[in-house]
Design a protein around this ligand. Structure first.
Ligand code: HEC
Ligand code: HEC
Length: 609
């Protein structure tokens, strides 16, 4: 050691000679990465502590405070962890449910759940066998965190500017996550510790943003940063002040006055830093000011081949009876525009008029914003969906060869196809693409509720506001009906549509009997999809009674009674797999009526094309 002491004296000199202008990109990226590593390390420490306490033989109840501390550590780094360590993150805080990412061609193995949500369940709902599982889960978690730590140790930043870009993108997505998943209690169903966790997540972001101070060096930048710091502080203070009562938290105010301001600020900062993604090919558009902005979704992502000409052609086809056997009905016979593109019937009739169809006709408004179509999720896109309906013997009983022949003999259609497609052909592909383009253009995201959050409507009634706060809080509706679509498209990436098991009864008279329809199982044959149905949107629900895949509930009051009493399993149906909690929600009459008022505030017109 002694021999090298001279080096210490010379080193600064060497550095001085070789140092160029300070490289903020590198310096900051490294600082952020160090902060991230420190966060992982702290999470690890808290898990070690939890494991040590478990070994001492403490009860589950005694372990809970240690667990909550570990979760709060996780929340501080969540934004980066789910981004740069995405693969592991699913086993860190993935949903506590077995899944199967079944696609049409490749059946897959079921994926077992692991991580914090599983641990929460084991701590809050222990039984004779759960302690052994808890030990295993904790050990697994520890190893996973170690893996993440080690990988990041040797993690070669693939470009400092790129890393910084990722960090800001991750901040943006974390703000969406907090709104659509965090404050709703999505990942903490038992502890409901989501408000303290929200404060931690926001502080984690705040800390990282401050590391970018050198970038905000001119007058404009300084002002921008200081307004950001102020906004962040206000948001965190607001949560801290109100974090102790999950049910009473005013989510709407928090969203409008704080979260949306942070989202707007982040968008501005990203512009200022010039960190924009070059070409946006994701569901969320880069220009959106906040989660409820008119342009939040990048429609191109969902309807990549749509053009005004295809929509025009598709519209004509939609109202034409040419698809059906004997020209008896059009798409619009069942999807009626004035009825929110549903039909108001419990179930429509087969084309010969003799039988009921298997399922209720769903609304087509916003159906584009789903990665799976039909109640059983059997179609991956709208083209595939149209093919299915046209050929369905009961629904349309169409014959593609005859349809093509009929369209070819019609001069108006010849012209429209020429306008819409470069090859101008009247063939199956083009027909389906045109119909899909029209259905995909049925977007309706401008309800009173949206207008209020966009500042276009001064106020909402107290009932609607309270109803929303219940929907997104105490009644847990928004943990399946994700904002801002209020359907099963999972936030914050919006790339996957979920199904759930609710235990829908055959008839609404009690005692309930489970409906015969096996839902997603009909098509995947996987047990975990038995009785699972795609989560439909709550938007425009005022126009589309009766409700659910079998139209069993005629009114929203009946539907609320079903949810308030724990779904099917809460009301006598033997269905342990139900993914809706079977506990009562303990909603009062007034609360139920407020939730209904809120749902009605989601009725909108079709967006202009
Ligand atoms: C006889 C009534 C009827 C006709 C005619 C009909 N549909 Fe449907 N549509 C339904 C029913 C019922 C479902 C639900 C079926 C299911 O989930 O299994 C449905 C589902 C859909 C869906 C899926 C929506 C979602 O959110 O999952 C789309 C899209 C759709 N139809 C479009 C069309 C188009 C386009 C046409 C004309 C080519 C058409 N429908 C003709 C009754 C009809
Ligand atoms: C566990 C997930 C889950 C939760 C929690 C949940 N829903 Fe649903 N919701 C669904 C699914 C899945 C469907 C479609 C079920 C079907 O058609 O069989 C649905 C359907 C609906 C529909 C009917 C849509 C239609 O067009 O027929 C409404 C309205 C609705 N939910 C409102 C609510 C409200 C209000 C709450 C809270 C009290 C709530 N949901 C909680 C999953 C959920």
């Amino acid at each position: 050691m002694k021999n090298y002491r001279w080096l210490l004296a010379v080193l600064p000199l060497v550095f001085f000679c070789f140092s160029k202008k300070p490289d903020f990109q590198q310096e900051t990226a490294e600082k952020v990465q160090r902060a991230y590593m420190k966060g992982i390390y702290q999470l690890q420490e808290h898990i070690d502590k939890l494991i040590a306490e478990e070994k001492k033989g403490r009860t589950e109840e005694e372990l809970i405070p240690f667990f909550l501390k570990a979760r709060e550590c996780f929340k501080r780094i969540e934004f980066l962890l789910v981004y740069v360590d995405n693969l592991e993150s699913k086993n860190i805080n993935g949903a506590n449910i077995e899944v199967n990412n079944y696609t049409y061609l490749t059946p897959k193995d079921n994926i077992e759940p692991h991580g914090l949500q599983v641990i929460e369940d084991l701590l809050y709902n222990p039984d004779e066998t759960s302690r052994a599982v808890l030990k295993q889960e904790l050990q697994l978690f520890k190893e996973l965190i170690q893996t993440i730590y080690n990988r990041n140790l040797s993690f070669k930043l693939y470009g400092f500017k790129e890393y910084n870009l990722i960090v800001w993108d991750a901040i943006r997505y974390e703000l969406y996550r907090i709104e659509a998943m965090g404050i709703t209690g999505f990942d903490v169903p038992d502890s409901q510790n989501s408000l303290p966790e929200t404060a931690e997540a926001l502080s984690g972001l705040q800390e990282v943003i401050q590391l970018y101070k050198p970038f905000f060096s001119d007058e404009k930048g300084k002002q921008l940063l200081s307004s950001g710091v102020r906004r962040w502080k206000q948001a965190i203070d607001y949560v801290r002040k109100n974090q102790h009562d999950f049910d009473a938290f005013d989510r709407l105010t928090f969203m409008k006055e704080h979260l949306h301001e942070l989202q707007k600020w982040t968008k501005e900062a990203i512009l200022y830093l010039n960190y924009e993604y070059p070409d946006e090919v994701r569901p969320v558009s880069k220009s959106a000011a906040h989660l409820f902005a008119e342009d939040f979704f990048n429609v191109r992502f969902f309807a990549s081949s749509s053009t005004p000409e295809k929509i025009q052609l598709g519209e004509k086809l939609f109202y034409d009876t040419v698809f059906s056997a004997g020209n008896k009905r059009s798409c619009a016979s069942c999807h009626i525009p004035e009825k929110g593109f549903a039909d108001g019937l419990r179930k429509n009739l087969s084309i010969d008029g003799l039988e009921e169809l298997k399922r209720n006709t769903p609304s087509l408004l916003n159906s584009i914003f789903q990665t799976k179509q039909f109640y059983d999720s059997r179609a991956g896109n709208l083209e595939r969906q149209s093919w299915d309906v046209i050929h369905n013997e009961q629904e349309m009983g169409g014959n593609m060869a005859l349809i093509i022949q009929a369209l070819k003999s019609n001069p108006a259609y010849n012209k429209l196809f020429k306008n819409a497609f470069s090859n101008g052909e009247i063939n199956q592909n083009n027909i389906l693409m045109a119909v899909a383009s029209y259905v995909g253009s049925l977007i309706s995201l401008n309800s009173e509720f949206d207008q209020y959050l966009r500042g276009q409507l001064p106020d909402l009634s107290p009932e609607v506001k309270n109803g929303f706060n219940l929907f997104a809080g105490k009644a847990k509706c928004a943990t399946c009906h994700f904002m801002p679509l209020f359907n099963g498209l999972v936030a914050p990436n919006y790339t996957d549509t979920e199904s759930e098991i609710l235990g829908i009864p055959k008839e609404k008279t009690k005692p309930y009997k489970l409906d015969d329809d096996l839902g997603r199982y009909t098509y995947t044959r996987l047990d975990l999809h038995r009785n699972a149905f795609k989560t439909s949107s709550v938007r425009n629900i005022e126009l589309t009674a009766p409700y659910m895949h079998n139209g069993v509930f005629d009114t929203l009051e009946e539907l609320m009674d079903f949810y308030n009493n724990g779904g099917g399993a809460g009301q006598g149906i033997n269905l342990p797999e139900q993914t809706l909690s079977s506990d009562s929600l303990h909603l009062t009459k007034k609360e139920i009526s407020d939730i209904i008022s809120f749902m009605k505030s989601l009725t909108g017109k079709r967006n202009s094309k």
